[in-house]
Design a protein around this ligand. Structure first.
Ligand SMILES: Cc1cc2nc3c(=O)[nH]c(=O)nc-3n(C[C@H](O)[C@H](O)[C@H](O)COP(=O)(O)O)c2cc1C
Length: 390
C-alpha cells in the first residue's frame, strides 16, 4: 500500500491548548472514565474526553455526576463533555465548571442518537432547531470565555439524509465562538451502521475557518492518516477503535510522527494491559467509595464489559471468557489471566475490523412537529437528562 499524502501535520489548537498528536479520545458513556483515560494516556499523547455529563445533573449537584468529573493529577488539558438542551441551564453548568475550575476544555454533545434523547429533541435532534442550537452554543461560549476555557461541539451530519444540518450548524457554532467542531460522519438515523461519510467531513473542513475534527471508523492508526489526507481535518476523534486496544494511541502517536512501527501485542502483553486497566478502575472506584472492598468489586464489575473486546480474535475458550467477564476481585482476575497462553500472537485478521456498537439504522424518534419548527428556539420539553453518562 502506498503511504497517503499528508498535509502538514501540526498540533491541534484548542483555544490556549496545543494538542500533539492531533488525536482525541471520543467521549464514550460508560467507558471513558478516569481509569480508562489514564490507561490510554499511558500509551500516547492527545486529548482524552471524559464521559458525558448532563448540564441538569451538574446544576442540581447530583452526587454521582460530581463523582464522574474526576481527572488525573497529570491530565492536561482536562476535557469535559456536557449534554444540554436549554441555553440557561447550559450556561449555569458551564459557570460551575469554570468557577470551580473543574475542566480546561468543554465539549458539547449534539451527536447522541439514542431514542430516549432524540424523542425529546436532545442530542442529534437538536441542531435541526437552528436558532436554539446557536443560542445554546453561544450561551456556553459566553460563560466559558471569561475563564479562557475553549468550547467545542461534536455533532452528526443531521437527522437523516433528507435533514442534514452539519454545514449550517458548523457555521453557527463558529459564529458563536467555538474553538473547533467535530463531525461524526453519520446521520442520527444511521446510528452506528454503514460507514462514516468522510466526504462530509471534507465538506465541513472546506466550509469552516476554525479547526475541524473528523470522527468515524478509524480502526487503525493508518486510517487516521487516511482520514487526514482525505479530508484535510485538523485532528481525528477515536471512539470504538480503541476498545480493548488502548495501545492504538501509541500507534497513532507513531503514525502522526511519521514512524511505521505498530503494536501487535501477544496474549501475554494483552493480559498485562487488561490487568493494568482493571487496577486503574479499582483505584478509581476505591477513591470514590466509602468501603474499599466495595470499591474493588465495583472496579472489577466496570472492567467486565471490556473483556470481550480485549480477547477478540484470540483463541480463548468460552468458559474462561465467561469467568473473566464475571470477576469480582483482582485476585480472581490474576488467577484467570494466568490460565492464558502468553505466547499466542496477536490475531492480525481482526485489524481494521469494526468493534463495539455496529447496530442497524432506524427512523429517528422526534417530538411531534419537530421537523416543521426549525426556527422555534424554545428548549424542548423534558429533554434535559437528570442522569449523566447515559
Ligand atoms: C459506548 C459508546 C458510548 C458513547 N457515548 C458518547 C457520549 O457520551 N458522547 C458523545 O458525544 N458520543 C458518544 N459516543 C459516540 C462516540 O463518541 C463516537 O462519535 C462514535 O463512536 C463514532 O466514532 P468511532 O467510529 O471512532 O467509534 C459513544 C459511542 C459508544 C460506542
Amino acid at each position: 500500500m502506498t503511504a497517503p499524502t499528508l498535509p502538514a501535520l501540526r498540533p491541534l489548537t484548542l483555544g490556549p491548548h496545543q494538542v500533539w498528536p492531533p488525536v482525541v479520545l471520543a467521549p464514550m458513556a460508560g467507558i471513558t472514565n478516569v481509569g480508562f483515560r489514564r490507561l490510554c494516556r499511558e500509551q500516547g499523547g492527545g486529548i482524552y474526553v471524559c464521559e458525558m455529563i448532563t448540564t441538569r445533573a451538574l446544576v442540581e449537584r447530583n452526587p454521582k455526576t460530581l463523582r464522574m468529573i474526576a481527572f488525573g493529577a497529570d491530565e492536561q488539558p482536562r476535557s469535559l463533555q456536557l449534554y444540554g438542551t436549554d441555553p440557561e441551564i447550559t450556561a449555569a453548568a458551564v459557570r460551575i465548571v469554570v468557577e470551580r475550575n473543574l475542566a480546561d476544555h468543554i465539549d458539547l454533545n449534539f451527536g447522541c442518537p439514542v431514542p430516549k434523547v432524540t424523542r425529546r429533541g436532545g442530542g442529534s435532534a437538536l441542531p435541526w432547531r437552528r436558532r436554539l442550537f446557536a443560542r445554546l452554543v453561544r450561551a456556553a461560549v459566553d460563560a466559558a470565555s471569561p475563564a479562557g476555557v475553549p468550547v467545542t461541539v461534536k455533532m452528526r451530519k443531521g437527522i437523516d439524509d433528507d435533514h442534514l444540518t452539519y454545514v449550517e450548524a458548523g457555521l453557527a457554532a463558529q459564529d458563536a465562538g467555538v474553538a473547533a467542531v467535530a463531525l461524526h460522519g453519520r446521520t442520527a438515523a444511521q446510528r452506528y451502521s454503514g460507514t462514516a461519510d468522510w466526504d462530509a467531513i471534507a465538506t465541513l473542513k472546506q466550509a469552516l475557518d476554525v479547526p475541524v475534527l473528523g470522527n468515524g471508523d478509524i480502526w487503525e492508526a493508518d486510517d487516521a492518516l487516511r482520514m487526514v489526507a482525505h479530508t484535510g481535518v485538523d485532528g481525528v476523534v477515536i471512539g470504538r477503535g480503541c476498545l480493548g486496544r488502548p495501545w492504538l494511541f501509541a500507534d497513532l502517536e507513531a503514525a502522526f510522527t511519521g514512524r511505521t512501527e505498530r503494536r501487535l501485542p501477544n496474549l501475554g502483553e494483552v493480559a498485562a494491559t487488561m490487568r493494568r486497566h482493571a487496577e486503574l478502575l479499582v483505584d478509581q472506584f476505591v477513591a470514590g467509595a466509602r468501603n474499599p472492598a466495595r470499591g474493588e468489586r465495583d472496579g472489577c464489575t466496570d472492567f467486565r464489559k471490556h473483556v470481550a473486546w480485549y480477547l477478540k480474535g484470540f483463541p480463548v475458550g468460552s468458559e474462561l471468557r465467561r469467568s473473566l467477564a464475571m470477576i469480582d476481585s483482582l485476585a480472581q482476575l490474576d488467577d484467570l489471566l494466568g490460565k492464558l497462553d502468553p505466547t499466542v500472537p496477536f490475531p492480525v485478521e481482526t485489524l481494521g475490523q469494526p468493534r463495539g456498537r455496529t447496530n442497524s439504522p432506524g427512523k429517528v424518534a422526534l417530538p411531534d412537529g419537530w421537523l416543521a419548527s426549525r426556527d422555534d428556539d424554545t428548549p424542548p420539553d423534558g429533554a434535559e437528562l437528570d442522569d449523566s453518562g447515559g
